[in-house]
Design a protein around this ligand. Structure first.
Ligand SMILES: Cc1ncc(COP(=O)(O)O)c(C=O)c1O
Length: 413
């Protein structure tokens, strides 16, 4: 790897930058510090999952198979069938589904298999929204590809517009990362969005990596899935969907998710794990099988997030209009200067948030589209969040006033 690539990894890591920004700033206001910077749900996964791990204790002495167990793949498939109305015959669970050790690792691996293992010469571009989840750009760089950033701000409905991608980028693309519900924007892709991206991917022979790890956390209707568009088109060619238990089941520590879709990429993924990855341990697979088979805890989880969105709307609505995301659990607030707001929230209220600019790159016009924003993760119990959101509103009111604004524009969706 050349030095530029090594430096870009260190330079752009959002949490490294946040630590540096807040170095020496004391958390203030006499409050216990609250970390709303990280998307790590602070709830307990259901106890039946922990029981399943305990009941499978004799399996700790076995290396897990790369593609997991028949039961796990069947549970993941049954969930896709239930959640997205996919026909059972459409998905061959033996060839088209694989467990992963959290989707972050799998999203990282997929750039290795689409670029380093697979891209023909001249086809090394890795497309992604701007702003975006940082793993995508890191993966592109490590795989020897080149990240290409697509506008995904208010002007495009906070998602990258497939009709606006320049022709040369489409020709040179090895893959695109698309996230819905989107981190950080909270936007939700329509079925038509997925259909249009998939059509482009097939025409120009690149892979769509659909990161849907927030699919079960939403405010209104369940977000449509990329796999529905694939079924409407008759095949999963050029598509992988990524699903996780970290957000759905509040189990980020289990490191468990799955990837489903184009069998050619699933088999490359398996090779990467065989040589140097981590297969999901059998007791964790047993718990994961139980979690994918249950909806009760997911509905309870969603209700908890609804209560937090309502508190956020009550506290911050007077300043920002509609703050509720379409999906996921992040607020994405236009505060004028995200870094300044992050420092003031830490200094005055002991609340840690992420400046939006750390999740984006400077675009062709020289502007970083994330700079005016902060990202706020609503990952604590609603009762704990309520007071924090009130404190946040009072700090942000003074940040907006200092920037000459009384009220910011709403999210517009
Ligand atoms: C957009 C997005 N994708 C993927 C992940 C990775 O999740 P996990 O590895 O826990 O499945 C995260 C985690 O925060 C995320 O925000």
């Amino acid at each position: 790897m050349n030095q530029d690539r090594v430096e870009s990894l260190a330079q752009f890591h959002p949490f490294t930058r946040l630590n540096k920004l807040l170095e020496g700033v004391q958390p203030g206001g006499g409050n216990t510090p609250l970390l709303l910077s990280l998307g790590e749900p602070q709830f307990q996964p259901p106890s039946f999952a922990l029981d399943a791990i305990a009941n499978a204790k004799e399996l700790w002495s076995k290396y897990p198979p790369t593609l997991g167990t028949v039961e796990f793949r069947a549970a993941a498939k049954a969930w896709l069938v239930r959640r997205y109305g996919v026909e059972s015959a459409f998905l061959d669970a033996e060839r088209m589904i694989a467990p992963v050790s959290g989707t972050r690792e799998a999203l990282f691996h997929i750039a290795l298999s689409a670029v380093a293992m697979g891209a023909p010469k001249g086809k090394g571009k890795v497309l992604m929204a701007n702003p975006f989840y940082h793993t995508y750009a890191g993966a592109a760089v490590v795989a020897g590809g080149e990240p290409a950033f697509l506008p995904a701000g208010p002007e495009t409905g906070f998602l990258p517009d497939p009709d606006a991608v320049p022709a040369d980028l489409l020709r040179e693309a090895a893959m695109v990362y698309l996230c819905s519900p989107a981190n950080p924007q909270g936007s939700v892709a329509s079925a038509d969005f997925w259909r249009r991206w998939l059509a482009l991917a097939r025409r120009h022979d690149f892979l769509v990596a659909a990161d849907e790890c927030y699919a079960e956390i939403y405010t209104d209707q369940p977000p449509p899935g990329a796999i529905e568009a694939a079924q409407a088109g008759g095949s999963c060619d050029n598509l992988l969907v990524f699903h996780s238990l970290s957000k759905r089941s509040s189990a980020p520590g289990m490191r468990s998710g799955f990837v489903a879709g184009d069998a050619r990429y699933i088999s490359r993924q398996a090779q990467l794990i065989n040589y140097g990855g981590v297969a999901v341990p059998l007791p964790v697979l047993a718990a994961s099988t139980a979690l994918w088979s249950d909806e009760t805890h997911v509905a309870q989880n969603r209700a908890r997030y609804q209560a937090s969105f309502d508190s956020a709307q009550a506290a911050l609505g007077p300043l920002f209009g509609n703050v509720k995301p379409g999906g996921g659990f992040f607020l994405w607030l236009d505060v004028g200067d995200g870094e300044k707001a992050a420092v003031e929230l830490w200094r005055q209220a002991a609340i840690k948030v992420l400046p939006g600019g750390y999740m984006a790159r400077t675009d062709a016009s020289g502007r970083n589209p994330g700079t005016p924003f902060i990202r706020v993760a609503l990952v604590y119990e609603p009762a704990l969040l309520g007071g924090a959101l009130e404190r946040m509103a009072s700090v942000l009111a003074s940040v907006l006033a200092a920037g000459g604004r009384v009220r910011a524009a709403g999210r517009g969706r």
